[in-house]
Design a protein around this ligand. Structure first.
Ligand SMILES: Cc1ncc(C[n+]2csc(CCOP(=O)(O)OP(=O)(O)O)c2C)c(N)n1
Ligand SMILES: [Mg+2]
Length: 321
């Protein structure tokens, strides 16, 4: 048994399935030529965004990455303008000019995906500083990859966040690879969470393929931040099931390696087996959710397809400078 009530279990399952189906559809549309640019899929990492986000309020902040659809969906963004955005359509979150790597929705505290690896650290730290100065009790969560943890901004931000006890949680999604590079070949520590000691903050490893573990670890970190205890570094260990981007030839790893992780570490499969074993949800209840999600995805694709592209004369609209 876990401490999570049924309503929340249903929401968690629905959120993970929504991410998985959205990503599968994005994969298909990209291969169809309906999505320009690049698409980095979050498949296999759904438990992390889900487990963290169900501890947050709408007015809490997050910063995301180039692999940001899962964070965006979990923070409460709508699928229709998300799908339209990645298709480059005028009805998208950024009027079709940002694409997959630049979706933001300030209404739900989603401060932006980011094409710059490590681009979110200082933004989340700044949002946490603003919340602290306002005394608002909001927290900020910065999602980032194992590769990003080797950037200077990671270290600068953790230092400042600790020195000023800012309400920010740094969530490293260690999916074992930074593009083509296994993290062990580029990273000085076994556990990225161990780097927390250099900044006198807690560093916690979570099983990133188990939404319940992520939820509990994030809960403690969010409570600590809200109560003025300062930042936490969480490392959620997971695996990137798909290529770095859609179309990646994946010459750097074997099919056997990927299949083994997909068989044993799929967060949705893990969720299902746990709730069925404990008798908390039934197959029928989950099938019903699957159907609802399928309909929602279908509507989002139709919306994106029938939306117009921006006009050439709108090219300078929404520019600050
Ligand atoms: C500053 C910067 N350097 C390099 C790149 C190219 N790049 C895009 S994604 C990526 C790997 C990121 O790996 P990681 O942080 O582990 O995130 P993951 O892709 O595994 O989610 C790189 C090097 C970039 N976008 N920005
Ligand atoms: Mg990575």
């Amino acid at each position: 048994m876990n401490s999570i009530d049924k309503e929340l279990l249903i929401k968690m399952y629905m959120n993970m399935v929504k991410i998985r189906r959205f990503e599968e559809k994005a994969n298909e549309l990209f291969l169809n030529g309906e999505i320009p640019g690049f698409v980095h899929l979050y498949i296999g990492e759904e438990a992390i965004a889900t487990g963290v986000m169900f501890n947050l309020n709408t007015d809490d902040y997050i910063t995301s990455t180039h692999r940001g659809h899962g964070h965006t969906i979990s923070k409460g963004a709508e699928l229709k303008p998300m799908m339209a955005e990645i298709m480059g359509k005028k009805t998208g979150y950024c009027h079709g000019k940002g694409g997959s790597m630049h979706i933001a929705d300030f209404k739900v505290g989603m401060l932006g995906a980011n094409g710059v690896v490590g681009g979110g650290f200082a933004i989340a730290t700044g949002a946490a500083l603003a919340a602290k100065l306002r005394g608002s009790k909001q927290v900020a969560v910065c999602f980032f990859g194992d590769g990003a943890s080797n950037r200077g901004t990671f270290h600068e931000s953790l230092n400042m966040a600790s020195a000023w006890r800012l309400p920010v949680i740094f969530v490293c999604e260690n999916n074992q690879y930074a593009s083509t590079t296994p993290y062990r070949t580029t990273t000085s520590v076994e556990n990225i969470a161990d780097r927390a000691i250099g900044y006198s903050i807690p560093g916690v490893v979570a099983n990133g393929n188990d939404v319940f573990d992520v939820y509990e670890v994030a809960k403690a970190a969010v409570e600590r931040a809200r109560e003025g205890g300062g930042p936490t570094l969480i490392e959620a260990k997971t695996y990137r099931i798909k290529g770095h981007f859609v179309g990646d030839p994946e010459m750097y790893r074997t099919k056997e390696e990927v299949n083994e992780h997909f068989e044993n570490d799929d967060p949705i499969k893990n969720f299902k087996s746990q709730v069925l074993r404990r008798g908390e949800l039934t197959d029928e209840e989950m099938d019903d959710i699957d159907k609802r999600v399928a309909d929602e995805i279908k509507e989002a694709v139709e919306y994106g397809r029938k939306s117009p592209y921006p006009e050439p004369e709108e090219i300078y609209d929404d520019l600050y400078v």
